[in-house]
Ligand binder design. Structure first.
Ligand SMILES: Cc1cc2nc3c(=O)[nH]c(=O)nc-3n(C[C@H](O)[C@H](O)[C@H](O)COP(=O)(O)OP(=O)(O)OC[C@H]3O[C@@H](n4cnc5c(N)ncnc54)[C@H](O)[C@@H]3O)c2cc1C
Length: 353
């Protein structure tokens, strides 16, 4: 069994299969660019210094003892020959597989907006989270040193404004956590009053956290308003420079921190497979097998798994909880278990955020 991607879907599929199947029944290989499972829902905590990076990275070598780790990115899959190509840190290799689980997740969705690729920062990896934390602290350091002149005051505004785009999990949690953290530590800088720091959360959608429903979205809005976060709905970014963000209503916000949490797109690997997709996610049957190719499953953010619990005509939302459950469900189905293996099934703790 080869698994592509060691995130919530791939990691939990492997963990469950290792528990269910003895070494004589199956061998496992994980192809992943990192040797850890990243608890991405906790990235805002790393960006705001509440947690250390190592607190949200679970070692795959330590946890998946019977899994061989092939470090690198899968660049292509030959479904007829059952082979795939891996671009590793030092060299390229090929692997063969009997069964394959595709779980390469998603990437920050890029929009063709002038200046965004150069000046906006994503929050999808550990290094991005650490970068954002250091960047915000550096802005406070620099603002604190500025002279009380017209130019100094203008630059101070830019450095003391944080714009987060996307009122889903990433943007909302980031801005709420960051504001809370900075408010608590701002007195470390002699000239900075926490109320002087401007926080903006922007989304084209009419509500914050739409995936959580109207009631919780409204509560989140109230909390943000209480904390002094300006929520601007129905607008997005028209362009960005190193020192300003122009919104689609022509408002120009002087700002040197722009955090991009406006949605995700499936891993670029999916588009290369030349298989049917739905909004970029790989089409799968309700049992997560990929139609038209034998012995392949796809799960998590990269797959359009019909949402049997809510509305089977729609795919499950791209969340860690769905990816984790899908990984465990595939593990339970493959291969058909013997009676003793069925008895040996152990419960798996599901993490909920
Ligand atoms: C800031 C943030 C906050 C979030 N908050 C929540 C939350 O509160 N609750 C919730 O349920 N969800 C949350 N999510 C969403 C959740 O993290 C994802 O839905 C979940 O990680 C999807 O799991 P996955 O296994 O499909 O992909 P991932 O966990 O992203 O794992 C995919 C893995 O595949 C690897 N990979 C990619 N391409 C290749 C390739 N070509 N070859 C090999 N490996 C590859 C990637 O490096 C990655 O390690 C949040 C996400 C972010 C970024």
């Amino acid at each position: 069994m080869v698994v592509v991607g060691g995130g919530f879907g791939g990691f939990y599929a492997l963990r469950k299969m290792q528990k269910l199947l003895g070494p004589e029944r199956a061998s496992f290989t994980l192809v992943a660019p990192n040797d850890y499972l990243l608890y991405s829902p906790l990235l805002p905590e790393v960006a705001t210094g509440v947690l250390d990076p190592r607190d949200i990275a679970v070692s795959t070598r330590q946890t998946l003892r019977r899994t061989k780790l092939a470090l690198g990115h899968v660049t292509s899959v030959d479904f007829e020959q059952h082979r795939l190509k891996v671009s590793g840190p030092e060299s390229d290799t090929e692997l063969s597989w009997d069964k394959l689980i595709l779980a390469p997740g998603s990437v920050t969705r890029q929009f063709d907006i002038p200046g965004v690729a150069e000046h906006a920062h994503g929050l999808k990896t550990l290094s991005e989270a650490v970068f954002i934390r250091n960047h915000v602290l550096a802005q406070l350091d620099a603002a604190d040193e500025l002279p009380d002149t017209e130019a100094g005051r203008a630059e101070r505004k830019e450095r003391l404004t944080v714009v987060a785009v996307g009122a889903g999990y990433t943007g909302t949690e980031f801005v709420a956590q960051m504001q809370n953290w900075i408010r608590g530590i701002a007195t470390r800088w002699a000239s900075i009053d926490p109320s002087e720091i401007r926080w903006l959360l922007i989304d084209l959608a009419p509500a914050v956290l739409p995936e959580l429903g109207e009631k919780l979205g409204k509560e989140a809005m109230d909390v943000l308003a209480e904390r002094g976060v300006e929520v601007r709905l129905g607008v997005t970014v028209a362009s960005a420079t190193a020192t300003s963000v122009t919104l689609t209503d022509d408002d120009v916000v002087p700002a040197r921190t722009l955090v991009w949490g406006a949605g995700v797109a499936p891993s670029p690997l999916i588009a290369q497979l030349e298989l049917p997709t739905e909004k970029g996610r790989l089409v799968v049957d309700p049992d997560m097998t990929v139609p038209g190719v034998a012995d392949v499953w796809a799960i998590g953010d990269a797959a359009a798994v019909p949402d049997l619990a809510a509305d089977p005509s729609k795919p499950t939302p791209p969340t860690a909880q769905h990816a984790q459950r899908q990984g465990i469900a595939v593990a339970r189905k493959w291969p058909p278990l013997s009676a003793s293996e069925t008895d040996a099934r152990t419960s798996t703790r599901i993490w909920v955020w």
